[in-house]
Design a protein around this ligand. Structure first.
Ligand code: GZL
Length: 305
């Protein structure tokens, strides 16, 4: 009887196993590495799910290759954070034709929503609005602003810019005088900020950075130029990573809008739900806050990423 039941259990367990193929953007920022860690930890803590993980090094063709490989391997569910918004319809149609459900995390795609089950991620327009509102009040509606944009064509870069401009358009004396992509990395953020300083120097009153990593790079550039980041140039950025809290505690960053990377547990529940035939809304938002310098010390110890 024991052998019979153990065989039965093994069969059920085998049927129950879920193979998840995940294609990650890359490892370009503290946010991204925290996001990867959250997903890997959540899967490791769930006996039902086996993870096949791929890092695309911020190249769309690598993500498409990984998704095609997951289809060829016949995984049960495919999930990915799309590095840019466009160019996914063909490969998503291939996944649909193969009968493999797709769950988007973090960033949206332009493809028809019938090609994926749901997107779990942040509202980037709202993040941009929060950054714009904070800067408008911090600068009393008057500032020459330089902007470090995220990866060209990515949902966070497009939407954070849109949200920020929705707010500052109401303040005629809040002007974006320079804007360029720093591709979400510290090194590129520093390089672009150096070019802004060369062109505009003391004419710059504030920096809006689409993520903390580029802001941290810009802080280095501002100091090397001989100005005080957080004082001579006020800085608002997005993510809420450890480096941002350290910079706020040092008085070099003024505000960070939280963008929660800890999507792993939600993703695991969605993946199991999809396999078990549950219905999902097309968009599942994650909850997030905004933090300023005065809160940095007290909040820092509670931060999870
Ligand atoms: C936002 C995420 C962005 C982060 C960056 O959800 O897509 O990508 O803001 C990361 O730090 O590189």
């Amino acid at each position: 009887i024991f052998l019979m039941f153990s065989g039965l259990f093994a069969t059920v367990a085998a049927q129950d196993k879920i193979v998840l193929g995940f294609s990650q953007v890359g490892a370009e920022s503290e946010w991204r590495t925290a996001n990867t860690e959250s997903i890997k930890n959540a899967v490791a803590n769930d006996p039902r799910i086996e993870l096949k993980f791929s890092d695309a090094q911020q190249k769309q063709q690598n993500q498409i290759k990984a998704i095609r490989s997951f289809i060829a391997q016949g995984v049960d569910v495919i999930s990915f954070s799309p590095v840019v918004q466009t160019g996914w319809t063909t490969v998503l149609e291939e996944a649909k034709a193969a009968g493999i459900p797709v769950v988007l995390t973090d960033r949206k795609v332009d493809s028809d929503e019938s090609l994926y089950v749901t997107l779990v991620g942040s509202d980037f327009v709202e993040e941009g609005r929060k950054a714009g509102a904070w800067l408008a009040q911090a600068m009393n509606g008057q500032a020459n602003i330089v902007e470090l944009q995220g990866t060209v064509g990515s949902a966070p870069a497009i939407d954070r810019k849109a949200g920020f401009e929705q707010i500052i358009q109401h303040f005629p004396n809040l002007k974006i005088i320079r804007t360029q992509s720093g591709d979400f990395t510290r090194s590129k953020g520093k390089e672009v900020m150096e070019s802004f300083l060369k062109a505009e120097g003391e004419n710059i009153d504030a920096l809006f950075s689409h993520n903390d990593d580029m802001a941290i790079g810009a802080i280095q550039a501002i100091e090397e130029y001989g100005l005080k980041p957080g004082e001579d140039i006020k800085i608002v950025s997005i993510d809420g990573v450890r480096g941002a809290f350290e910079a706020m505690i040092q008085g070099k960053l003024n505000c960070t809008v939280e963008c929660n990377p800890l999507l792993g547990p939600q993703l695991v529940e969605i993946v199991k739900g999809v396999v078990d035939g549950k219905e999902f809304p097309k968009y599942i938002p994650v909850k997030e806050n905004i933090y300023v310098q005065s809160q940095a010390k007290e909040v820092f110890s509670e931060r999870k990423y």
